[in-house]
Design a protein around this ligand. Structure first.
Ligand SMILES: C[S@@+](CC[C@H](N)C(=O)[O-])C[C@H]1O[C@@H](n2cnc3c(N)ncnc32)[C@H](O)[C@@H]1O
Length: 331
């Protein structure tokens, strides 16, 4: 078994997000020591980042060229760091891997071997809940395979709230997954009887998501609603220009997923918040091939002071876009 000294803390933070976006993640995390597909090792301590799905606080780096060796090193780390911990409730056990080919199968083998090796802590392992923790700080065991023989691990992590959502075969678009994920980040979702204005609603994935929770939706889009959003008794369709649309009264929710320059969508959101036209919002900003940081700086400078909660995120289901869920400060 390895001694505690083997786990000397280097005050580093390891972040992972979506593969292909590690350049943005490195810029946001700052003080980048190393990066790979979807991950960044930094000597800075920032968390609550837009591009990070999970941040490992003071990770250790473990190596082992064979599955058994890597799983053994992980088990040793787990035993050693469990000595001062009490396990009297469910705790997160999270295994993730970089997007390189074959690494996901390797991760599954390492996790299975780790579970075998930790059999002597059966009571503790029965309390382990597999998967990512939710938003905010979490204690558990967090493992990321950066390569076939190299893993980062830690006991304290910070979750951005992003996660893969399960599809609903009735949802008229894949976009549905984004708004569902945004609720998890915001820790709020539309409730029965609430009102939602959905700008750029067609074919209706976001509207359907709100209506299936019992909210009343006004879906604004010149395009047609489809599938379970079309003729839905809780969804009214207005064929109008979303940028000119003004609500009759305050809506509980503003949704906006318009294909438009992201600055335009952000300005639209600012207008809604400044006018008190919505309390909560989920707005998608499609930055495409442009630099998202000027946009993020405007979100921070102009929107944040007007909100009680604001969590811009590059979601698991986002591509070249980011999603801004928040709650407006209502006077
Ligand atoms: C990505 S889709 C929205 C998908 C939708 N969130 C869903 O879940 O099905 C973008 C939509 O924005 C609409 N759109 C673009 N410009 C608009 C405008 N000025 N006013 C209203 N809708 C607009 C398009 O017609 C398109 O249906």
């Amino acid at each position: 078994m390895l001694g505690l000294l083997s786990y000397t803390m280097h005050m580093r933070t390891f972040h992972f997000g979506q593969a292909g976006f590690e350049g943005f993640l490195a810029k946001e995390a700052g003080a980048c020591l190393e990066k790979g597909p979807g991950w960044v090792l930094s000597s800075a301590r920032h968390v609550d980042l837009c591009f990070a799905h999970l941040s490992f606080m003071d990770p250790v780096e473990l190596r082992g060229s064979a599955v058994n060796a890597l799983a053994g090193a992980l088990a040793d780390y787990f035993f050693e760091t469990s000595k001062d911990l009490r396990y009297d409730a469910v705790w997160p056990l999270c295994f993730e891997s970089a997007a390189s080919q074959g690494l996901s199968a390797r991760r599954q083998s390492v996790e299975a071997a780790f579970r075998e090796k930790t059999g002597r802590m059966a009571r503790v392992m029965r309390l382990a809940e597999p998967g990512r923790p939710g938003l905010g700080p979490a204690q558990g065991l967090f493992v990321y395979l950066a390569d076939f023989g190299r893993a980062f691990a830690c006991r304290d992590a910070w979750g951005g709230g992003q996660r893969r959502m399960s599809d609903d075969p009735q949802a008229p678009s894949r976009s549905y997954l984004k708004v569902e994920e945004a609720y998890a980040v915001l820790r709020e979702s539309p409730q029965a009887g609430e009102t939602v204005v959905d700008l750029g609603a067609a074919p209706g994935g976001w509207s359907y998501s709100a209506a299936k929770r019992g909210a009343e939706v006004l879906a604004v889009d010149n395009g047609p609603l489809k599938g379970a959003a079309k003729d839905n008794p809780l969804i009214r369709h207005a064929q109008e220009d979303a940028f000119k649309f003004q609500p009759a009264g305050r809506a509980d929710w503003l949704f906006c997923d318009i294909i438009a320059p992201p600055e335009r969508s952000l300005e639209l959101l600012l207008r809604w918040v400044e006018n008190g036209w919505c309390r909560k919002f989920v707005v998608n900003l499609k930055f495409g091939r442009t630099d998202p940081f000027p946009l993020l700086r405007r979100v921070e400078a102009e929107l944040a002071p007007r909100c009680t909660v604001l969590r811009p995120r590059h979601l698991y289901h986002d591509r070249e876009e980011l999603t801004v869920p928040g709650i407006a400060r209502i006077a």
